[in-house]
Design a binder for this molecule. Structure first.
Ligand SMILES: C[S@@+](CC[C@H](N)C(=O)[O-])C[C@H]1O[C@@H](n2cnc3c(N)ncnc32)[C@H](O)[C@@H]1O
Length: 291
């Protein structure tokens, strides 16, 4: 399994946690806004393998046209395969022509386009003035505040509202044990390490997204979207530890801390194997629009 396929596996495992966590008040505000539209045209930013699109397909009752914008081509290819399976399982016919997927039943037609490119180049990828809504799930913690503001300034030109869900804010293992606070802090700091574009918002995105939205005059509805990962899901917990194991060493200042990290990871692995570890991960959802 290559790196993209492994990441695609993780994106699929997240789906039930995202679905349960998504904030119903934030989501209902967006659905209310969509009611006035006969059909809806939506861009999914950082679409990955299409999980966000699949989630909304049965929550939106009009005909839909989707544009999945994603920088990783293989994610989009896997995403289309998964959309075709979704169509079969949900009683839709599907037809793939060139890079456009049409899924239909007696009452609804859904057209899905895949666009390989960067969200930061959005205006050059699609004709934003024809869209009704932008959505993004689990994406903006990767962005710097400046990049996010530039994106919103672009959406503002077209008065395009944004539903941004499952934006990471913290990780809390249960029970807490020695080392948790410092290694979770390293993990969070890794998301905010200096990169060529600046620093990702990481766990601050819960505050920053709302602030930037308000700064550029959006009305904002915000709410929590937590994950509660039980000790009976070792596969998911192991994925989380793997992300920590791979990222934290990149920012450890002292070699001795690597040994402490290994010991901490080993202890966590033992707890997972004995079904003694669970975890809460907090996130924030945002519905931002212009009046
Ligand atoms: C955590 S995944 C979430 C995927 C999907 N939204 C979901 O809910 O399953 C973040 C995705 O954002 C994509 N991404 C990050 N920065 C991007 C950018 N500048 N332009 C396009 N895609 C980007 C990544 O390649 C990755 O697929």
């Amino acid at each position: 399994m290559n790196k993209n396929q492994k990441f695609a596996e993780w994106l699929e495992l997240r789906i039930p946690y995202d679905a349960k966590g998504r904030n119903s008040t934030v989501e209902a505000s967006c659905q209310q806004y969509l009611k006035k539209h006969k059909s809806v045209k939506i861009v999914d930013l950082g679409a990955g393998t299409g999980a966000n699109c699949r989630y909304y397909l049965s929550k939106i009752f009009q005909d839909q046209e989707w544009f999945l914008v994603e920088q990783n081509q293989e994610h989009l290819e896997i995403g289309f395969d998964r959309l075709i399976v979704w169509a079969q399982e949900n009683g839709y016919d599907s037809q793939l022509q060139d890079s456009i997927l049409v899924i239909k039943n007696e009452v609804r037609k859904i057209t899905i386009h895949r666009i390989v490119g960067s969200i930061l180049d959005l205006e050059n990828l699609i004709d934003l003035k024809t869209f009704d809504l932008a959505v993004a799930n689990a994406v903006f913690d990767l962005f710097s505040e400046k990049q996010f503001q530039t994106l919103l300034e672009c959406l503002k030109k077209y008065q395009l509202p944004l539903l941004a869900t499952v934006n990471y804010t913290s990780t809390n293992f249960i029970p807490q044990s020695e080392g948790d606070s410092s290694f979770v802090e390293y993990y969070n700091q890794h998301m905010q390490r200096p990169q060529d574009f600046g620093r990702g918002m990481g766990p601050d995105c819960g505050d920053s997204i709302g602030e930037v939205m308000k700064r550029i005059d959006m009305k904002v509805i915000q709410g929590e979207s937590p994950w509660e990962i039980s000790s009976s899901d070792p596969v998911f917990l192991q994925f989380m530890l793997k992300f920590m194991e791979e990222s934290i060493p990149e920012i450890l200042e002292e070699a001795t801390l690597q040994h402490e990290l290994n010991t901490w990871l080993q202890k966590k692995q033992q707890m997972i194997a004995q079904n003694q570890l669970s975890c809460n991960v907090t996130h924030q959802d945002f519905w931002g629009y212009w009046e």
